[in-house]
Design a protein around this ligand. Sequence first.
Ligand code: BES
Ligand code: ZN
Ligand code: ZN
Length: 470
Amino acid sequence: MNIELINKNISDIDSEILVEFLAPNDLAEHEYSQTLESAGFKAEQDSTCFLYEKRILFCGVEKKKNDEIRSAVACMIKVLKTSNYKSAKISVASNSSLTGLVEGIVLGGYEFNNYKSEPKEMTLKEISLAANELDFDELQTTFNEALIVANATCFTRDIVNNAPQEVNPQTMVALAMKLANDNSLECNILHEEGLAKENMGAMLAVGRASVHGSALIHLAYKPANPKKVISLIGKGLTYDSGGLSLKPATSMVTMKMDKAGACAVLGMIKAASELKLDVEIHAFVGAVENMISGDAYKPDDVLVSRSGTTIEVRNTDAEGRLVLADVLSYAQDTVKADYIFDFATLTGACMVALGQYTTGLMGHSHKLKHDMSKAGTASGELISSLPFNKHLKKLLKSEIADISNVASKPFGGAITAGMFLDKFIKEENKNRWMHFDIAGSAYTESPWDCNVYGGTGAGVRLMSHFLKTI
Ligand code: BES
Ligand code: ZN
Ligand code: ZN
């Protein structure tokens, strides 16, 4: 499906279907008000009404703002997909709502068909966006940027959705190398020997039972005169069986998504390089598979992490933090960054705390949290802060090592996981670091907003917005 921004009035564009957004207030004055009323259409958010004879598809929106448009367009595209029309046209109401329009079409229209032997071909081929009398140059820039970010989000979704027999730590290396090649990024890979040389005892222990060797992937986008340097760290558990603290069967299903943090940071560096942002970006991915075998790491093991901090393993299912401990340590010693952000499907507890739609944000800097919330609002991604405190920190105490990999009490699990990571953040970086728990927001089994079944690409839109503002 092709989306095109056209410098014409909507009435001068030839398309089979006209898509029109209506807010409840618009109904009374509309030329089809009676027909719409008879059809029971109240212009409620995400409702649609197809007047086939008139070839108009009406979409209800609470208001004509980005968030509402994005969600309505995602519903609209689902309706059009089930029809046999080939083309549709939409009026761009304002530059500010164009991003929502593009995201709704691309992200709401996204399908993952890699494993369908007979994927249904979409009849809809062309969506034209009419610029009308608006500033076309301004629209064109917004349009191009929105497409880059939406496509990077789909890139992230694709990797997340691929089955775990296909994406393992080594194939993840291959696809990162391909991205580096396609986007002219620097690329450095540490395989198991390299990880051993770096003393990454925590990360290596998690991957030991897997037949696929663990790997640390480092990609870098280096523009000429960067304003800032950012390190992005992603949890890349290509599968999380729980290890010897094995997950129950029903909880294990969907654990291919435990690589979503890694996929997100790959999507972010892809977007940043294509947007040609003047920030230097380093993406670090810990690609590991958490399995069982005679050689598996065990509850009761004590691991020596890269930083020298010893970790008592009390639960092998709390593996993401072990991988991140070593990758965070490596990232801090390799790159002097202005900001250090890690993205991880780290805890089920984050979903309990915030629901499955919201990313949990943790860190020490109030300013950074504030700036990030603004990027959340602007991008339409839901993020919310989970506060650290000294009482929860004590729950990570170990009797025999420097820290335990799980808290001694079951409450506040997302925060204690964040505080575990904090142990591996150097003093000078405390205010530069933020942890994003995307356990809920990265994957969905029922559609919401512009998300469809599977990976959502959480983090990509958010970070693209944030990077544009610094
Ligand atoms: N990958 C999981 C977290 C997760 C759970 C992500 C559900 C997405 C959906 C993580 O490795 C894990 O298993 N965490 C444990 C931590 C516990 C053992 C302290 C959890 O959340 O139960
Ligand atoms: Zn786990
Ligand atoms: Zn995990």
